[in-house]
Design a binder for this molecule. Structure first.
Ligand code: GAP
Length: 501
């Protein structure tokens, strides 16, 4: 029996949102391509992030190498610590993540066993205690647990030993480029530097589609600040806004950001401000507020570099999924790189006339997990009004602004429709011309990939130079002059309008 997630993945593949990578060679687990429709949505999500987290904040975007020399990742701690617990079946030689096997065991679940942060010896003991069998061959043949480093290793050039890795996070490139960027912008703190790009982790058991992949896209922001100034100039504006927060096993509760701060759920105003930005961003892309919440990470789950982590989790058919991790990385990375490279990464603070090693708050968002959450929360079943499944994407991330149709492929309607399409493209809108099938079928196809507006050129157009614009969610239509069309469509999209009224 296919699960809800299987069903949605099937829809996503059929409608050109996603394509399993290297499909004709059997699709290795953990890799997905974005199809012609999916890549437009993904790019719009990334560009909206650029707008909200960089452009509106006056921050800088960079693009750093994905292949990173070993020295960088030794200094950051990844070469030593970026590992997952691995167990091998000594009978069938299959390999599994030890913590996942324990987490999935019914009795261990009942006993409330937590595996985060446990050393291999304790994980091995739990496997024995619960008599966990190999999930593949069902034999009691699981080995002792060991560590498996998750980085993809390679060699720079032909000389063996010149080791490098595919970056496991985009953040380290930002730390590498930090000294040049801050110098270019007057050496003043605070400064925000972000990037959108691929990271790779050689996950032991990639699963749940886009949730645990081996290659994925991150949108990361590093906000560098003077540790003596843990305030944010815009925090006052959002201090009394409400978000949902969970700590420990209790259900999420509504809380203002200032309350979260005084309850110690968030380490400083800076992080609280960026949590609010995330909350708003998630709402903009279509995640309902009652399906998401922040979670303060318990110390045993907090990464080695962080003095406080808060995750943004979304409820999905796979369960609750961490989709953003925000960490107070302190001066951990810059200090480590200073120690290992001997470069001076400190900044001279004009006010105190002292050198400081900046601290960092890092909101790190995974695009693919968010993409999946958007699909889950915007997918609509057939209903009385629509005899097809469709997507209720907010126009700001819909794959096209509009589809353009001639009512008939004759009497000059098709040429006129192509001219309208061209005009809209020239005005910077993403549109697609469709002439095959009945009008009803074309509306259905547009709805199926979440296009918010359909524009039809009919016989009246030839007389009055106006067209019909159909709104996706209620199917109602208005007539708009061709001379005003581009401006109107852009305006509807900006307002997020998906119904006539
Ligand atoms: N620089 C910090 C960092 O990378 P992380 O919590 O490991 O932190 C941040 O990753 C985000 O990247 C996650 O919240 C998630 O959205 C995404 N991510 C991490 N591993 C992933 C994977 N294997 N597949 C898909 N997305 C992943």
């Amino acid at each position: 029996m296919p699960t809800q997630a299987d069903r949605l993945m099937d829809v996503a593949i059929r409608r050109s949102f996603l394509i399993p990578s290297a499909e004709i060679y059997g699709s290795p687990a953990g890799f997905y391509d974005y199809g012609a429709v999916g890549s437009q949505i993904k790019r719009k999500i990334e560009n909206l992030w650029r707008q909200e987290f960089l452009q509106k904040e006056g921050f800088h975007e960079i693009e750093t190498s994905v292949i990173v020399p070993e020295a960088v990742l030794k200094a950051s701690g990844h070469a030593e610590n970026f590992a997952d617990p691995l167990v091998t079946c000594e009978s069938c030689r299959q390999k599994f993540r030890a913590d996942h096997l324990i987490g999935e065991n019914r009795q261990a679940k009942k006993d409330g066993v937590k595996t985060a942060g446990l050393p291999p010896a304790e994980l091995s003991a739990l496997i024995r205690k619960y008599g966990i069998l190999c999930p593949q061959c069902k034999k009691p043949a699981l080995s002792d647990v060991g560590w498996f480093n998750m980085m993809f290793r390679t060699n720079i050039g032909p000389i063996e030993g010149n080791t490098a890795y595919f970056r496991p996070e985009t953040a380290q490139g930002i730390f590498m480029d930090f000294p040049r960027i801050i110098r270019n912008y007057g050496g003043k703190l605070p400064i925000g530097i972000g990037q959108v790009g691929k990271s790779a982790r050689n996950e032991i058991s990639p699963r749940q589609g886009l949730i645990r992949m081996r290659e994925f896209t991150q949108m990361e922001l590093e906000y560098f600040f003077n540790p003596r100034q843990q305030t944010h100039p815009k925090f006052a504006k959002v201090a009394h806004r409400k978000v949902r927060f969970v700590e420990g096993a209790v259900p999420p509760r509504e809380i203002t950001l200032v309350e979260a701060l005084s309850a110690g759920l968030v380490p400083n105003e800076i992080m609280a401000y960026f949590l609010w930005k995330q909350w708003e961003f998630y709402r903009m892309v279509g995640i309902p507020p009652d399906k998401m919440y922040f979670r303060k990470m318990p110390p045993e789950e907090t990464p080695h570099y962080s003095k406080g982590n808060v995750d943004l989790e979304v409820v999905t058919s796979y369960g609750s999924i961490e989709t953003v991790g925000t960490a107070y990385r302190t001066d951990y990375d810059l200090s480590q790189h200073m120690k290992h490279s001997k470069a001076d990464l400190s900044v001279f603070d004009e006010e105190t006339r002292q050198k400081v090693v900046p601290h960092v708050v890092e909101p790190s968002m995974g695009v693919d997990r968010l993409f999946w959450c958007v699909l889950e929360h915007t997918f609509r079943e057939k209903s009385a009004g629509k005899d097809w499944e469709w997507f209720d994407f907010p126009p700001c991330i819909a794959p096209y602004h509009a589809w353009v149709f001639p009512l008939m492929k004759k009497d000059g309607l098709d040429e006129k429709a192509q001219a309208v399409e061209e005009q809209l493209r020239e005005a910077g809108l993403s549109v697609c011309y469709q002439e095959s099938g009945s009008i009803g079928r074309r509306y259905a196809r547009a709805d199926e990939i979440g296009v918010p507006y359909c524009i039809t050129i009919d016989y009246e157009t030839m007389e009055k130079n106006d067209v019909t614009v159909r709104f996706r969610n209620d199917g109602r239509q208005i007539r708009v002059k061709i001379s005003e069309l581009a401006e109107k469509i852009a305006q509807f999209a900006k307002e997020g309008r998906v119904t006539l009224n």
